[in-house]
Design a protein around this ligand. Structure first.
Ligand SMILES: NC(=O)c1ccc[n+]([C@@H]2O[C@H](COP(=O)([O-])OP(=O)(O)OC[C@H]3O[C@@H](n4cnc5c(N)ncnc54)[C@H](OP(=O)(O)O)[C@@H]3O)[C@@H](O)[C@H]2O)c1
Length: 249
């Protein structure tokens, strides 16, 4: 099992939810975090929690993945702070529920641009810093909504398309990065209970039974497992199935 100690990890959408849980958990394992997100106060809060738990400070970079100027500025800031990045976790993505009313153009652009345009440009811009690492990984947090033939349920079409696109992004990266040390992994979570490593429920997750809801901890553990595999192995796709019989219906 590979050691994650001292790995430089960039996490998008790190101010809350799964991104914050990933950031705090990876900091607990000794990683140096670069927290990216739209909300500076939320990033500062997660940074303070990391400092209190580990004694290590986490860098914070404000970025709106749906705004390409913001992505460009964030890339410049990350390069100044860390010329080498070991792990990029593309977690930030805008949620949009299905609606009987037409979606506004800002909703559609927000969803597609955050998940695809901004995520792609951030990844492309960080590739030189990843290639400077001895253990580079790109982790894309997709969704079971992004799997082939997944049912729509309450998910809007733009979100469904964006998550299918993120799977294509992760797959395409694997082809482009063949022959380089960079691995591209995609994790597909089901509908999650939003818990934090700071919550008591976090400790009780291992006691859950088949059929119970998945949590942020289950995704964090899948990501850590994938990242710590020997370098010749890529767990290219991890589908987290909470007793849907593989049908996600
Ligand atoms: N929760 C679930 O049930 C579930 C299931 C499957 C997959 N996922 C995926 O897991 C990832 C994390 O989601 P979540 O569970 O924490 O809940 P979420 O409510 O979907 O959170 C979205 C995250 O992305 C960030 N984000 C949204 N738009 C952004 C933008 N334009 N620029 C930068 N960051 C942006 C948000 O940060 P702000 O604080 O700036 O809004 C937040 O951290 C997402 O990719 C989501 O699609 C979640």
């Amino acid at each position: 099992m590979l050691d994650l100690k001292s790995a430089v990890v960039v996490v998008t959408g790190a101010g809350r939810g799964l991104g914050a849980a990933l950031a705090i958990s990876l900091a607990d394992l000794g990683c140096k975090l670069i927290l990216c997100g739209r909300n500076a106060a939320a990033l500062a809060d997660v940074g303070a929690q990391i400092l209190a738990r580990t004694g290590n400070s986490a860098e914070q970079v404000v970025v709106d993945l749906a705004n390409m100027d913001s992505v460009k500025a964030a890339l410049a800031e990350i390069h100044v702070r860390q010329p080498q990045v070991d792990v990029l976790i593309n977690n930030g993505a805008m949620w949009l529920e299905a609606s009987e009313q037409p979606h506004s153009s800002s909703e559609v652009l927000g969803v597609i641009d955050a998940a695809l345009s901004g995520t792609y440009l951030l990844t492309q811009g960080l590739l030189p810093a990843l290639k400077a690492s001895k253990r580079p990984d790109i982790v894309t947090i997709g969704s079971i909504s992004g799997l082939p033939n997944a049912p729509l349920h309450s998910v809007s079409l733009p979100f469904y398309a964006a998550k299918h696109g993120q799977l294509a992004l992760a797959d395409g990266l694997r082809q482009v990065l063949k022959g380089t040390p960079v691995r591209s992994l995609c994790v597909h979570p089901p509908y999650l209970e939003d818990i934090s490593p700071l919550d008591e429920q976090w400790q009780q997750v291992p006691e859950r039974q088949k059929g119970q809801k998945g949590t942020n901890r289950d995704v964090v553990e899948a990501v850590v497992f994938a990242l710590t595999r020997p370098r010749h192995i890529s767990l290219s796709s991890i589908v987290i199935d909470t007793d849907d019989g593989g049908l996600f219906s």
